[in-house]
Design a protein around this ligand. Structure first.
Ligand SMILES: *[C@@H]1O[C@H](CO)[C@@H](O)[C@H](O)[C@H]1NC(C)=O
Ligand SMILES: *[C@@H]1O[C@H](CO)[C@@H](O)[C@H](O)[C@H]1NC(C)=O
Ligand SMILES: *[C@@H]1O[C@H](CO)[C@@H](O)[C@H](O)[C@H]1NC(C)=O
Ligand SMILES: *[C@@H]1O[C@H](CO)[C@@H](O)[C@H](O)[C@H]1NC(C)=O
Length: 461
């Protein structure tokens, strides 16, 4: 089930050639861009799967389809409709062919889009192959076809490398438009950036899946991504990513903007471990980046860690009462969870004195000390994650494989706790990272290796 959703969501964002009508009653957030393409994200609830299209494609891609069907039937829990992928692939082939046969005004941009799509296909097929545990010839030929096409696109593109910068700028423009029309469509950001003149979260939008992590590795389930919550001047568009196949935090990569994040072209990777020199590694994957500084759970000793990525210097500070015994529900070693909001920097943890109930601490950024604490009444181990908005702690738990819920809030402005129910949809069952970013009022999630974000709608104060 998740994989079906995955395929569709994954295909959706970068695919300019899907016409809106194709997606039936799915929720489409988009418009026609200046190049005549639909440049927006498509979100498909699983109830609106375009069965008629799939049926049509099934009959046309007969032999391959039959073979793939066999594989799919083997694993009934995965409702993977590879036909959609194959249909898309043949469409892609047609586009590559048309690119080869003659110049076109927008050919440069097309190359970049094609390359991104091809990479996504490649990652997807690799993942599907692994999920289906299959060495089917259908998959092999699919894979070869994709590789082949990547080569063709590369060849074509090398004829005119000088225009890459133009492509980059155009793509960034498209991306901004995409984000804008999405916001417009959803009417989500209903509070001014930085303002706390609202009544807290009303609801959370659909998960928007950007792509698989920069390692293109679905085994990299542990990690996080996002933007700087208080960017230095000139770094407003920067993104960061850290990921691993275990709970250790060993490196962080910075990207100058969203385009470079998607293209996996980081400008800087900070290694937190260099053998025989230093070991600054962290654990738990509940960090934030603020003023170009990574705040994270330092591993040894167990402490708050602070990696200044400008000066590349490290500092750590033990929180006297914090316990390393209580983790969040989904993963081990998530003992310190950092958060940043409109009012500053925060850390949550549990203490033995409170029998594992969550404690919220406000960090003084100058002294790097926890200067004030609030005791909540929720047990950390039942919690899946937590984040802060405007001095209010929001605590989540799992409802089922598709649904997550904010079930508890603690307002530090009023010293008031509340039990609430704000459900939201997950992309896939488990996630390791969830944090709010006050600079764009979005929630960033690292969900089973995927970059996912949510828009937030606030209550009118
Ligand atoms: C392929 O993409 C074009 C737009 O470029 C669209 O008109 C056409 O319907 C698509 N074909 C399939 C089979 O999806
Ligand atoms: C799946 O993979 C495992 C490990 O690689 C292998 O032992 C097993 O035979 C495979 N099962 C099928 C049905 O191919
Ligand atoms: C891959 O490309 C080569 C040369 O461009 C071609 O001869 C071959 O048939 C292609 N293979 C597939 C599977 O498309
Ligand atoms: C990081 O280091 C730079 C250069 O030394 C310094 O100016 C800045 O204040 C530091 N940032 C933090 C958050 O400590």
């Amino acid at each position: 089930m998740d994989l079906l959703l995955l395929v569709l969501l994954f295909l959706a964002p970068a695919h300019s050639w899907l016409s809106l009508e194709d997606w039936g009653s799915g929720s489409v957030e988009g418009s026609v861009g200046e190049f005549g393409q639909c440049v927006c994200n498509v979100f498909l609830p699983d109830t609106s799967f375009p069965a008629d299209r799939v049926e049509h494609m099934q009959t046309t891609s007969s032999q391959l389809s039959v073979e793939i069907k066999l594989q799919i039937n083997k694993i009934s829990s995965l409702k993977v409709q590879l036909e959609v992928l194959l249909g898309s692939l043949s469409n892609l082939t047609a586009r590559v062919e048309s690119l080869e046969s003659g110049p076109d005004k927008y050919i440069k941009l097309e190359f970049e889009l094609l390359r991104i799509e091809l990479r996504e296909f490649e990652a997807l097929v690799t993942q599907l192959k692994a999920s289906l545990n299959s060495s089917s010839p259908a998959f092999e030929s699919l894979y070869i076809e994709i590789r082949n096409m990547s080569l063709i696109v590369d060849q074509l593109e090398s004829y005119d490398r000088s225009n890459l910068e133009v492509i980059r700028i155009e793509f960034a423009k498209l991306q901004r438009k995409l984000e804008k029309c999405q916001d417009d469509k959803d009417d989500f950001s209903n509070a001014e950036i930085g303002s706390c003149k609202h009544g807290g979260i009303l609801r959370i939008g659909k998960p928007i899946v950007s792509q698989l992590n920069a390692n293109l590795n679905s085994g990299y389930k542990y990690g996080g991504w996002g933007k700087d919550s208080k960017p230095l001047p000139g770094s407003e568009n920067m993104y960061w990513y850290s990921g691993s196949s275990d709970t250790l935090v060993s490196r962080i990569t910075q990207y100058s903007d969203y385009y470079n994040l998607i293209m996996r072209q980081g400008f800087k990777t900070h290694e937190l471990y260099v053998q025989n020199r230093y070991d600054w590694r962290g654990t738990g994957n509940n960090y934030v980046v603020r003023e170009n500084t990574l705040y994270y759970q330092f591993r040894n000793p167990f402490a708050m860690g602070k990696l200044n990525m400008t000066s590349v210097t490290i500092a750590y500070k033990v929180i006297p009462m914090a316990s390393a015994q209580f983790s969040y529900h989904y993963s081990a070693n998530q003992n310190l969870d950092f958060a940043a909001d409109e009012s500053g920097l925060w850390v949550t943890y549990a203490t033995a004195q409170s029998n594992g109930k969550l404690v919220l601490g406000k960090i003084n950024e100058q002294s790097f000390e926890v200067e004030e604490v609030w005791q909540t009444s929720v047990f950390k181990q039942s919690v899946t994650n937590a984040f802060m908005i405007c001095g209010v702690l929001y605590v989540t738990r799992s409802v089922d494989t598709q649904t997550e819920e904010i079930f508890y809030t603690y307002d530090t402005n009023k010293n008031e706790e509340s039990h609430v129910s704000i459900p939201f949809e997950k992309f896939q069952d488990f996630y390791m990272y969830l944090d709010y970013n006050p600079t764009d009022q979005r929630l960033y999630m690292f969900n089973n290796g995927y970059y996912v974000y949510y828009n937030v709608k606030f209550k009118v104060a």
